[in-house]
Design a protein around this ligand. Sequence first.
Ligand SMILES: Cc1cc2nc3c(=O)[nH]c(=O)nc-3n(C[C@H](O)[C@H](O)[C@H](O)COP(=O)(O)OP(=O)(O)OC[C@H]3O[C@@H](n4cnc5c(N)ncnc54)[C@H](O)[C@@H]3O)c2cc1C
Length: 238
Amino acid sequence: MPKAMVVDWQRILNGQGWATPRWPREWGGPGWSANQIYIFTEEYQRACAPDPMAFGVVMAASVILRFGSGAQKRRFLPRFANLDGWWFQGFSEPDAGADLVSLSTRATRDGDGWPINDQKTWTSCAHYADWMFALVRTSREERKHASISFMLIDMKQSGVVVRPIIRIDGAHEVNEVFLDDVYVPDENVVGTVGKGWSYAKFLLGNERFGMARIGLHQAHLAEVRRLTQGRLRNGRPL
Ligand SMILES: Cc1cc2nc3c(=O)[nH]c(=O)nc-3n(C[C@H](O)[C@H](O)[C@H](O)COP(=O)(O)OP(=O)(O)OC[C@H]3O[C@@H](n4cnc5c(N)ncnc54)[C@H](O)[C@@H]3O)c2cc1C
């Protein structure tokens, strides 16, 4: 779906109060129970409604809701809900994919923030994005998982270069992202410095919620039944 349509759809959902079904009432969500969320998700998918862009409302929001500061919640959550600003996930690197904990993008403390250097890759939709949530190495601690932090990086600053990776089918979905002294102020570090690996695991658990698209598959199966009902091939039900 083109970016403009994704944004329009998200705003329609937000107007209806359905853009953030899993958020608490306090932050603009409906405050639904797990059962209500499950029913909503299944019915939404059975209606073949388009998936909302998950980077903000599902992924980054899950971490900010649980671990973010009050200021981060006030600043970012309403923007996620209305898709005011496009986000993407900066986890993978050329030598850190399945073995993500080996990531080497580094932030070195300087004043009240962190200049960041190195490269992310396979970033979906980074060519549209205003912001990246990223895992960054912030110390030389021996235990790799204890030296990663979770940062919110403003893409509209010098030092950011996004280069397309064109897929084998010719589509432009993923990108390489190069960071050259890109600055992240302390206020855009989520939670505790060095705890980013735990936050990433929490985020990935949320990312996977709904991935099975059970409602959508039920709808597709019902359509296959409808199309084949009463039809025979070689004397047997199609
Ligand atoms: C379409 C697409 C969109 C993506 N979007 C994003 C995104 O938005 N943001 C982002 O951060 N990442 C994104 N990714 C990256 C994705 O998360 C990685 O591809 C994934 O983490 C695997 O990393 P890799 O491709 O480097 O594979 P590798 O790590 O090179 O692994 C290749 C294969 O080797 C296997 N393997 C690796 N190590 C071992 C081992 N020690 N023992 C046995 N088997 C092993 C793996 O299981 C896999 O089958 C995207 C990828 C794709 C294809």
